[in-house]
Design a protein around this ligand. Structure first.
Ligand code: GN1
Ligand code: MG
Length: 363
């Protein structure tokens, strides 16, 4: 921890550092909790093999959180708990670049909160829907032209498919023979990949400032009220589609099992969660969502679940170079859960469309 203590000392912290320990369940950045005699902070090592422009990324996060603070203040909220607060370095910088060119950042730690890896109950699911919708609302008048694109083509499913095809062709880890069913599964669904992209291109779906990584565990729930208070992981806040945030959130919030559940008999898409989440999401976005977005809500869950599954499978074929893995074949287990969900969503799609039409009329 010596290195981390030296790094932590570069930031403008209140009090003296008492302890530093690793925390967090993200697949990308490494996170620590720093306790001082006066405050708690998170310290994070930014994964620069994924985020190639950490300075642009930190500028995005700083600008967006400052903007959110104004919104939170104007509605009487608590700016220290309802969004992230970037802690600058003693030199006034938004990050610290160490001798080895690693980039570190720090936030004030938000205490007395819980994160859920899986949906706990229908109230939590409904409230998560509201929180992710509300985030899009709060940023609806943020000038998206000022945002740096932190990962190019992040939700470009066609591009993700091309990357997947390359990983199959190259087969560098000699793993394709283990996954011929999964590969076929994706090839059969190639025609889905361009549907949201084309609607953005032809203008029927607007670009909005979106979060782009709306995993349930990126939401902090207040321990006293069990209500979501803050959205974390702002690395991928970029221009995108509301459908990405909605679909990606239901990939987790609609599932009966963890993202990496090995026993596929436990993995199901839960329709009650879908209804609750959608009600919450629409109650936040009803005034801004357009007809085309509304009609594509169910499909977006299928598409984004397939896209993330495809990324897990691609990473498995590329010898696990992107997502952190904690056991053998971890990315393959993750991919399989996603494909199981996709298959169940497909079976429910007509009913899901009818439900969304009804909820759209009611909201
Ligand atoms: C990554 O950072 P984390 O763990 O919340 C990934 C998301 C994936 C997710 C899958 C920058 O999210 O796109 O959906 O894993 N983030 C990035 O669990 O690639
Ligand atoms: Mg992330």
């Amino acid at each position: 921890m010596n290195n981390e203590i030296n790094i932590a000392n570069k930031f403008c912290y209140d009090g003296y550092i008492v302890s530093i320990k690793p925390i967090g369940a993200g697949h990308i950045n490494k996170t620590y909790l720093v306790e001082t005699t006066k405050e708690k902070y998170t310290l994070q090592l930014i994964n620069t093999s994924i985020f190639k422009d950490p300075e642009g990324l930190m500028q995005n996060i700083f600008n967006v959180t400052e903007f959110l603070k104004e919104k939170i203040k104007s509605r009487g909220g608590d700016i220290k708990r309802e969004t992230l607060s970037v802690v600058k370095t003693k030199d006034g910088c938004l990050f610290y670049k160490d001798k080895e060119n690693f980039y570190w950042r720090s936030y004030i730690y938000i205490d007395d909160v819980t994160t859920y890896q899986e949906p706990k109950n229908l109230i939590v699911t409904h409230d998560s829907g509201y929180a992710f919708g509300d985030f899009i609302n709060m940023l609806s008048d943020y000038d998206m032209s000022t945002l740096n694109e932190t990962i190019k083509d992040f939700h470009n499913t066609v591009k993700r498919f091309n990357d997947f095809e390359d990983s199959v062709k190259n087969d560098i880890a000699h793993r394709t023979s283990n996954v011929s069913n999964e590969i076929d599964f994706l090839y059969k669904r190639f025609d889905d990949c361009n549907i949201i992209l084309d609607s953005i291109k032809n203008g029927s779906i607007p670009l909005r400032v979106t979060h782009n990584d709306t995993k349930l565990n990126n939401l902090l729930f207040d321990n006293t009220t069990d209500k979501p208070i803050c959205i974390l992981d702002l690395d991928t806040v970029m221009p995108g589609s509301l459908l990405y945030d909605y679909g990606d959130a239901l990939r987790i919030s609609g599932s009966s099992a963890a993202e990496d559940e090995e026993d596929l008999n436990k993995v199901h898409f839960i329709m009650d969660n879908f209804v609750s989440f959608t009600k919450g999401f629409l109650s936040a976005t009803k005034d801004s969502i357009n007809e085309m977005e509304l009609s594509l809500l169910p499909f977006s869950i299928k598409l984004i679940t397939m896209e993330i599954g495809m990324r897990f499978l691609t990473d498995y074929l590329n010898n696990d170079i992107y997502f952190s893995i904690h056991k053998k074949d971890h990315n393959l287990f993750r991919a399989r859960t996603q494909f199981k969900l996709v298959a169940e969503i497909e079976n429910n799609l007509d009913e899901m469309k009818r439900i969304v039409e009804r909820l759209g009329r009611e909201s």
